[in-house]
Design a protein around this ligand. Structure first.
Ligand code: NI
Length: 255
């Protein structure tokens, strides 16, 4: 299994990180991405990835940063991209729900970082909240960059749009186990462009809701996906691992 999106860099894991990673490996989670959202969480993601086998980092500035980041933050993110265990730029995007009201500033930061990803030949992990249409408008301009809709929460119509673009991927979090409209969308999710994640410590899947989420729990989301797809668990695991490998290119030498 692959947990393509966790925040093991969150302070909620400061005390028992080793234990959490051990539990994940015990149940067969072989790869875990640790995702940043500002400069310090991105640096911490790289430190953690550097220390543990099977862990990788994703670095970038979340839309919350749109009005407070500095040019040097962006330059430092770019420097992190050359670390061999940094596999993507993220989580970046547009958040019109809780992000800064200056949507223009959000879009500017978003575009700058997609451009960074393209120059460094990295895929992009998207954070989208109440801004689906505007995100699509931006990413349509980058047909040569791979994008994943992290913790996909759209409906079938949204999924139908994603199906049209072969550089757009979808990642399901624990929300798949408790929201019916996401389950319906998952039925038509592209088999060659879908993978799973926890978004730990948030969004625990059924039957762990209400508890701190952790990478070992990705198996509940994968189990649910296998039922929706009507394949056995091992088949869903094989498919999503291979899609994650295709997208993040783990352990490949990159220029
Ligand atoms: Ni996240």
């Amino acid at each position: 299994m692959t947990d393509t999106h966790s925040h093991l860099n969150d302070r909620q894991f400061a005390k028992d990180l080793e234990e959490v990673i051990r539990r994940a490996k015990e149940v067969g989670v072989r790869r875990i991405n640790v995702v940043g959202y500002d400069l310090s969480s991105s640096q911490r993601a790289v430190e953690i990835a550097d220390r543990y086998e099977g862990l990788y980092a994703v670095v970038g500035l979340h839309p919350y940063e749109a009005q407070r980041y500095s040019d040097s933050d962006l330059a430092n993110v770019e420097t992190l991209l050359s670390h061999p265990k940094v596999v993507a730029v993220g989580e970046i995007g547009l958040d019109y729900y809780r992000g800064p009201r200056d949507h223009k500033a959000q879009r500017a930061l978003f575009r700058l970082q997609i451009d960074l990803a393209r120059r460094h030949k990295k895929p992009v992990v998207l954070h989208v909240r109440d801004a689906y249409g505007d995100v699509l408008d931006v990413i349509r301009d980058f047909p040569d960059v791979l994008f994943v809709f992290h913790s996909f929460s759209g409906n079938e119509e949204d999924m139908a749009e994603i199906l049209k673009w072969d550089n757009w991927y979808v990642s399901f979090s624990g929300m798949l186990t408790f929201l019916a409209h996401i389950r319906r969308a998952a039925r038509i999710s592209p088999r060659d462009r879908t993978f799973v994640e926890t978004d730990a410590p948030y969004l625990s899947p059924v039957p762990m809701r209400g508890r701190r989420n952790e990478p070992a729990f990705v198996r509940y989301t994968l189990k649910r996906l296998s039922e929706i797809w009507k394949v056995d668990f091992e088949e869903a695991e094989r498919i999503t691992d291979s899609n994650a490998q295709e997208f993040f290119r783990y352990d490949m030498k990159r220029v």
